[in-house]
Design a protein around this ligand. Structure first.
Ligand code: NAD
Length: 496
C-alpha cells in the first residue's frame, strides 16, 4: 500500500482526511513513492490556530534559548545529511553529490540562525533630548507562511523556517507537492532538536491551499520560491491584503566570457553550471555570452558536454538526474524544437538520450544552441532543463547591453583576467547576484540572496540581515527618566 505523506500539526505527524491527493514519483523510474494529500480547509484552519497558540509562548522564549535550538538542529542535520540527501534524490532525481550540496546549503542557513542574538540587536541613542533616550526593539510578526518549489527540497525550506522561528515567529510550511518527502524528515529532526509543538506546521497541496493560507486573517506574511507567474500571484494576493511578502522567482542567467579569460577554467566551469541538476537551478547558467572570437569556444564546450550524461541518483557516473516530471520533459523538448524551428543551430540535441536500465526516466541530455537571437523562445523563456544558449557579443559594452535588456535579474557572471573589465561589469550590470570567475554566485547566508527585476518581488530578501528584517517588526522606544518634573504644558512636538 502506498503511504500517505503526513502533515505536521501541533507536534504530531498525522494523516490528512482529504480524498484529494497526488502521487509522489521517482522521476528516473516512475515508481510511486507515496501520495501527497491536498489538506482540507479544516486542517489548514487547525494548523494556523495551533501555530498562533504556539507563537504566544515562543515569542517570549529567551533569544539564547532559540539560538540553542538552532545549534542542536544544525548538529542533527549534519549527522543526517546523507540520509536527507538520499530521500530528496528519490523524489527530485538529482545525483547524490548535488543532493548532499542541497542539504549543506540549508545547514549553512541554520548556522546563520544560530547567531540570532546579535542579529536581533536594535539601536540605541542616549540623550536624543535632555534626559531622553531612544532605542529600538526587534519583535516577531506572528504566524508566517512558507511556500517552496521542487528544485531544492532541503535548501529552500531551510531558507525559510529556521530564520522565521529564530526571529520568534511561527511558520506554516507548504512544501512542493512534487517533492514533499525531505521536508517531512527536516521537520522530524527539528522536533527532535527540541522545537516546541506547533511552531512549524506543515500542510500539503497546491493553489487552493496556498490561497486559503494567504487569505487567512492570522497569516501575517508570505515567503515564496517558485515560477514567475505563481510568484506574481502570491505577491499580488498577499500585498493586496496589506501583508508583507517576499517572492523569489524564475531566471535566465548569463555568463559573459571575455577573450582574456582562461579557456580551460571557462570550459570546466561551464559544464557543471549549465547542465548540472539537469539545468533545474534558478541560478543555472542558461545563456553564455561569448565576447569576440571566444564564440569559437562553443565547439569545444559541445565536445565536453557530449562526454557527460544523465542517470539515476546513485549512479556515480551520472553527471545529473532526470527532469522532475513528464510535463516538464515535454515542455523542455518542445522548447528545443522551437529553437530549431526559429533558426538557432542545435549543436547537440539531448532529446533522444537513453539511460540504460531506466527506459521510463524523464531524460533529456545536454543540449547546446548557437546562433541564438534574443527574440527566440529559447532565449526569452526560462527553460529549466539542460539546455544552453550561446550568444555572440562584440565587446563588453555589447555584452552589458544584452544582459541588462533581460527582464530577469537573478544571477550573472563574468570570466576575465582583467580587473578593469570585472569591476566595470559588477558596477554596471543590472542583476542582483554577480560572480567574477564564479559561475553560480549564490551568497553564503551571512549575506542575502538578492535577485532583482522579474526574478524577485518584494524588498527584503532571503537569509542574511534582510531575512531578520523581513521576519520582524521594529519598535522604537523613547524614554524620559528625569530628576525634574514637567512643570508646565509644552505645546510643541519638538523634544528639548
Ligand atoms: P511552481 O511555481 O510551479 O511551484 C512553487 C510552489 O507554488 C509549489 O509549492 C506549488 O505547490 C505552489 N503553487 C503552484 N501553483 C500555484 C498557484 N497557482 N497558486 C499558488 N501556489 C501555487 O515552481 P516549481 O516548478 O516548483 O519550481 C521551479 C521554479 O522555481 C523555477 O521557475 C525556478 O527558477 C524557481 N526558483 C527560483 C528560485 C529563486 O531563488 N529565485 C529558487 C529556486 C527555484
Amino acid at each position: 500500500m502506498t503511504t500517505q505523506v503526513p502533515m505536521l500539526i501541533n507536534g504530531e505527524f498525522i494523516e490528512s482526511q482529504s480524498s484529494d491527493k497526488q502521487d509522489v514519483i521517482n522521476p528516473a523510474t516512475q515508481a510511486v513513492l507515496a501520495h501527497v494529500p491536498f489538506s482540507t480547509p479544516e486542517e489548514i484552519d487547525q494548523a494556523v490556530a495551533g501555530a498562533k497558540a504556539a507563537f504566544q509562548e515562543w515569542r517570549n522564549t529567551p533569544v539564547p534559548k532559540r539560538a540553542r535550538l538552532m545549534l542542536e538542529y544544525q548538529h542533527l542535520l549534519k549527522a543526517h545529511q546523507r540520509e536527507i540527501a538520499e530521500i530528496l534524490a528519490e523524489d527530485n532525481g538529482k545525483n547524490l553529490e548535488d543532493a548532499m550540496g542541497d542539504v549543506w546549503r540549508g545547514i549553512e542557513v541554520v548556522e546563520h540562525a544560530c547567531n540570532i542574538p546579535t542579529l536581533l540587536m536594535g539601536e540605541t541613542v542616549e540623550n536624543v533630548a535632555s534626559g531622553v533616550d531612544t532605542y529600538s526593539l526587534v519583535q516577531p510578526l506572528g504566524v508566517t507562511l512558507g511556500i517552496t518549489p521542487f528544485n531544492f527540497p532541503a535548501m529552500i525550506p531551510l531558507w525559510m523556517f529556521p530564520m522565521a522561528v529564530a526571529c520568534g515567529n511561527a511558520m506554516i510550511l507548504k512544501p512542493s507537492e512534487q517533492v514533499p518527502l525531505a521536508t517531512v524528515r527536516l521537520l522530524e529532526l527539528f522536533q527532535q532538536a527540541g522545537a516546541p509543538a506547533g511552531i512549524v506546521q506543515m500542510i500539503h497541496g497546491g493553489k487552493e491551499q496556498v490561497d486559503q493560507l494567504i487569505n487567512h486573517p492570522d497569516i501575517v506574511a508570505s515567503s515564496f520560491v517558485g515560477s514567475v507567474p505563481v510568484a506574481e500571484h502570491v505577491y499580488r494576493s498577499t500585498t493586496n491584503l496589506l501583508k508583507r511578502s517576499q517572492c523569489f522567482a524564475g531566471a535566465k542567467n548569463h555568463m559573459v566570457v571575455m577573450p582574456d579569460a582562461d579557456k580551460e577554467t571557462v570550459m570546466n566551469t561551464l559544464v557543471g553550471s549549465t547542465v548540472g541538476a539537469a539545468g533545474q537551478r534558478c541560478m543555472a547558467i542558461s545563456v553564455i555570452v561569448f565576447v569576440g572570437d571566444t564564440i569559437e569556444w562553443a565547439g569545444e564546450l559541445a565536445d565536453r558536454l557530449k562526454r557527460i550524461r544523465p542517470g539515476v541518483w546513485n549512479d556515480p557516473e551520472a553527471a545529473f538526474g532526470p527532469l522532475v516530471s513528464k510535463t516538464a520533459t515535454q515542455r523542455v523538448k518542445g522548447l528545443i524544437q522551437s529553437g530549431i524551428d526559429q533558426g538557432a543551430t542545435c549543436v547537440i540535441d539531448g532529446r533522444d538520450i537513453k539511460v540504460e536500465g531506466y527506459p521510463d526516466g524523464n531524460w533529456v541530455g545536454p543540449t547546446l544552441f548557437t546562433d541564438v537571437t534574443t527574440d527566440m523562445d529559447i532565449y526569452r523563456e526560462e527553460i529549466f532543463g539542460p539546455v544552453v544558449c550561446c550568444i555572440n557579443a562584440d565587446d563588453l559594452d555589447d555584452a552589458l547591453r544584452i544582459v541588462n535588456n533581460s527582464p530577469y535579474g537573478n544571477g550573472t557572471s563574468i570570466f576575465t583576467t582583467s580587473g578593469v573589465n570585472a569591476r566595470r561589469y559588477q558596477h554596471e550590470v543590472e542583476v542582483g547576484q554577480v560572480g567574477v570567475n564564479i559561475p553560480i554566485p549564490v551568497p553564503l547566508p551571512f549575506f542575502s540572496f538578492t535577485g532583482w527585476k522579474k526574478s524577485f518581488m518584494g524588498d527584503l530578501h532571503a537569509y542574511g540581515k534582510q531575512a531578520v528584517r523581513f521576519y520582524s517588526e521594529t519598535k522604537t522606544v523613547t524614554t524620559a527618566w528625569k530628576e525634574t518634573r514637567v512643570s508646565a504644558p509644552n505645546m510643541s512636538i519638538a523634544l528639548k
